[in-house]
Design a protein. Structure first.
Length: 213
């Protein structure tokens, strides 16, 4: 079997020196590393999601890397689906109760995390902003929807949060290769559907993202 020639490093994100060494010679960073479990305790997400993200950004500052694409999550807005209509109706499958069109959650809505995992993503977006403002690192935080190995969604709520493999690769490439780099940006990444409840117009305006594109 053909062995990839790309450089590969196994390291703990909470180890600042290891992260710094791993990023030597890099032009840009796509930061996907995290404990991706909404049921995880704060202690479990602290090491990777909080300390790890800080270490990545601090390494970028020291090395001079000026582009970071950060994997945030739709979970930063999960409280709307849990506590507020019409998003609760989407989550519970009561589609007869839905307005047409569904008013989308936009960046003007405050984050609404519901547990340590999503709270860690809100924190990470904040520290990305800090490093953009203080150190001129262009950071794009992508609030990624539900990406699964089956690459499929079934039912209104699954459809409303799903992000296809094609779309997640597409928006990351757009963020990574943008010729006019935003100093700091947040964009949602979901596949468009009838039941979508987060805004992707901003993703199109800022990055050129078109679902299915």
């Amino acid at each position: 079997r053909q062995v990839p020639t790309d450089h590969f490093t196994i390291a703990d994100l909470s180890d600042a020196d290891a992260v710094l060494n791993a990023l030597q010679g890099v032009d840009a960073v796509i930061h996907l590393g995290a404990v991706p479990d909404p049921n995880a305790s704060f202690e479990k997400v602290l090491s990777s999601n909080v300390i790890g993200t800080y270490n990545v950004l601090e390494a970028c500052r020291k090395i001079g890397i000026k582009r970071v694409v950060y994997a945030s999550s739709i979970m930063v807005s999960w409280g709307y689906a849990q506590f507020e209509e019409p998003y609760v109706s989407i989550r519970e499958g009561r589609i007869e109760d839905l307005p047409d069109p569904i008013p989308p959650i936009t960046l003007s809505h405050l984050p609404r995390p519901t547990e340590p995992y999503s709270a860690s993503k809100v924190w990470a977006e904040g520290v990305c902003r800090t490093y953009s403002d203080a150190h001129g690192i262009s950071t794009v935080c992508i609030r990624i929807g539900w990406v699964n190995k089956e690459n499929a969604a079934s039912g209104p709520f699954s459809e409303s949060i799903w992000c296809s493999h094609q779309d997640i690769v597409y928006i990351i490439e757009l963020a990574l290769n943008a010729t006019t780099a935003p100093v700091f940006e947040i964009c949602y990444a979901v596949t468009d559907s009838k039941y979508r409840w987060v805004d992707i117009d901003h993703s199109r305006e800022r990055l050129g993202y078109v679902s299915g594109g």
